[in-house]
Design a protein around this ligand. Structure first.
Ligand code: KG4
Ligand code: ZN
Length: 344
């Protein structure tokens, strides 16, 4: 693909969990390719991601995935300006595959190396399809491992407003899905089944933490669903799984929406975005949109393919670091518990 001298092209790699992904991103927001090899089928039999298996599969797939990303973008390594990679948080063995690969390519091809925080990648996914979106804005990040309310003050400048005290929203979806026999990964399956159910059928709790209203807690909700299922079993009542899915999902969505809108109003931001796997939930998207419109807040969300794990979002986040002059050294390591905004 023809390259203008000023164009910045980044080869991005993402291997923090069970997706082996590579992408080529131009000037931050133009995705030239976005290749994802999902390992979901491999982990389904175990009911969740098995870290050791994930790492082994990443090793096997990473080179073909990168080659496909380069060829689909129509670029050679020579035409790349930097190699970006997720270096945390995530499964450490899985992260190490991507980090070692990125270092080897950058070292061999003499390119800049940029380590990216996985969640900062999720947030940056919003820039891809909303060319006009610029900070400041408030972003709800809801994924399998994280539920955060993040104030994006500027590119790469983040303040955590709220976080989960226990389970992440996606984790609650996965656990409830398992309890009602839907299997892994639970989010998309609950989302689908909920469409056939009545969201007002069962009243599940919506937790609010008194001393910190922006924080989340989903473990009580998860226990309430399990208790409900147990009680039905003990009383010999047949469970309507669609009603359970719809009522549980509604409880999660109410909490996510209310906390986000309340925080946006209090802080005084007029732009709200959502990110992470749970952000692909159809009901969350429509409820959040409605709530934002009512309060004259502009609402942004990525397409589902940019909500779940992908490397394009890593390339986008890396671009804003690149133009600031951020570079990592050859000693870049994987950090399983890397904090948002932390630079190591
Ligand atoms: O962002 P992601 O792909 O990986 C992490 O960084 O964790 O998020 C995966 C999570 C899983 O818990 C999955 O069940 C959830 O996102 N998820 C959904 C939907 N699609 C994926 N949750 C609710 N509704 C969905 N449609
Ligand atoms: Zn993720």
């Amino acid at each position: 693909m023809e390259k203008n001298k000023k164009d910045i092209r980044i080869l991005a790699i993402e291997t923090s969990c069970d997706e082996t992904a590579a992408a080529v991103v131009q000037n931050g927001r133009e995705v030239l390719s976005n290749v994802i090899y999902t390992q979901i089928k491999l982990h389904t039999v175990f009911g969740g991601v098995v870290p050791e298996i994930a790492s082994r599969k990443h090793i096997e797939k990473i080179n073909p995935v990168i080659e496909t990303a380069l060829s689909e973008a129509g670029v050679t390594l020579d035409e790349i300006d930097a190699v970006a990679v997720t270096y945390g948080p995530g499964l450490v063995g899985a992260l190490l595959v991507g980090v070692a690969e990125a270092k080897a390519i950058a070292y061999g091809a003499r390119k800049a190396l940029i380590g990216v925080h996985h969640i900062e990648g999720h947030i940056s996914a919003n820039y891809i399809e909303h060319k006009e979106l610029e900070p400041p804005f408030l972003c709800l990040v809801a994924s399998g491992g994280h539920s955060h309310l993040v104030l994006v003050k500027d590119y790469g400048v983040y303040e955590i407003i709220g976080r989960t005290r226990d389970d992440a929203a996606g984790e609650a979806f996965d656990k409830v899905a398992r309890a009602i026999g839907l299997g892994y990964p639970g989010g998309p399956k609950v989302d689908k089944l909920a469409r056939e159910g009545n969201r007002h059928a069962i009243t599940f709790p919506r937790a609010k933490i008194m001393d910190h209203p922006d924080d989340f807690s989903f473990s009580g909700l998860k226990s309430a669903v399990l208790n409900y299922l147990n009680q039905c079993q003990m009383k010999g009542i047949e469970v309507n799984r669609a009603d359970v899915a719809a009522s549980f999902q509604q409880a999660v969505i109410d909490v996510l929406t209310e906390h986000t809108i309340d925080a946006a109003k209090r802080i005084g931001v007029d732009k709200v975005a959502i990110a992470g796997g749970v952000a692909s939930n159809s009901s969350l998207r429509s409820q959040m949109k409605e709530a934002c419109t009512r309060r004259r807040i502009r609402f942004y969300h990525p397409s589902p393919v940019y909500c779940t794990d992908n490397a394009a979002m890593i390339g986008t986040a890396a671009y804003y670091e690149y133009i600031k002059g951020v570079r990592h050294g050859w000693d870049l390591n994987a950090i399983a518990n890397l904090k948002i905004g932390e630079r190591r």
